[in-house]
Ligand binder design. Structure first.
Ligand code: ZN
Length: 247
């Protein structure tokens, strides 16, 4: 996809906690989805829309998904409220080439677990300690323009063991002052689609306003965007060459 065609991003958010809790609302008055979208809207090469859980079909209609190159997903307390039919629809679009970026507590979303096939469980602690994400794949496009590490002043801790399949590429490893480490930037290919899991983004901290975090999300959206690679063909096919089989 050339620069002339914008990458069509849909930022999806559960958007419940910001409405039910004044402390969360104070951090993200318009919701986490808007904090992410407002940054991407200002970057060249993106066309951005948002969708939330309580919209009809969770805002993820067939039409919306057909016109989405990258879906960004944030959820934490209402994973179970996401309809299986919509999860299946998103899953099919990923296999068909749509990129998916799962943020923070979306490790437990139905769509991420379905794509991983594991429990996606982990350790956690909410003290607001700092998080240091080390770049461990410096040549990767998601690390472009990032220093050796990103320091986030206050975050929730996630620790290993993180029950995920081994990533195709691991871009970040996080360190926390309590001693834990975590695979915090994980790339996967599923069918024609690309999936990136990025760990930061607890709802009570202003992580999605931090420049380096926003920069990584934009890099990841460019990396994960739908490409015009070959259509996948399955099933019984005729040989391309004349095949002679001896009796
Ligand atoms: Zn959290």
């Amino acid at each position: 996809m050339g620069m002339s065609q914008p990458i069509r991003v849909t930022v999806w958010n559960e958007f419940r906690h910001e409405q039910s809790d004044a402390h969360i609302r104070a951090v993200y008055p318009e919701g986490i989805h808007r904090a992410i979208a407002e940054y991407l809207e200002d970057q060249p090469g993106f066309s951005v829309q948002t969708a939330t859980l309580d919209e009809p079909e969770h805002g993820l209609t067939e039409d919306v998904l057909a016109e989405t190159d990258v879906l960004i997903w944030w959820g934490h307390q209402a994973h179970a409220a996401v309809e299986d039919e919509i999860v299946d629809r998103v899953h099919a679009r990923v296999l068909d080439g749509m990129g998916l970026i799962c943020l923070h507590s979306s490790h437990f979303s139905k769509i991420f677990k379905k794509l991983m096939g594991t429990t996606c469980n982990l350790k956690w602690r909410e003290l607001g300690e700092n998080e240091r994400l080390w770049v461990v794949e410096p040549g990767h496009p998601i690390a472009a323009g990032v220093g050796q590490y990103i320091d986030i002043p206050h975050e929730e801790m996630y620790g290993e063991f993180f029950d995920i399949p081994e990533p195709d590429t691991l871009v970040f490893i996080s360190w926390f002052p309590g001693g834990e480490v975590f695979r915090s930037g994980c790339c996967y290919h599923r069918g024609r689609g690309k999936v990136f899991y990025f760990r930061p983004g607890h709802e009570s901290f202003p992580t999605f306003y931090q420049a380096e975090v926003r920069h990584v999300i934009a890099n990841a959206a460019r990396w994960a965007a739908t490409t015009d690679g070959p259509e996948i063909v399955y099933g019984n096919v005729q040989p391309l060459e004349e095949v002679t089989v001896s009796a």
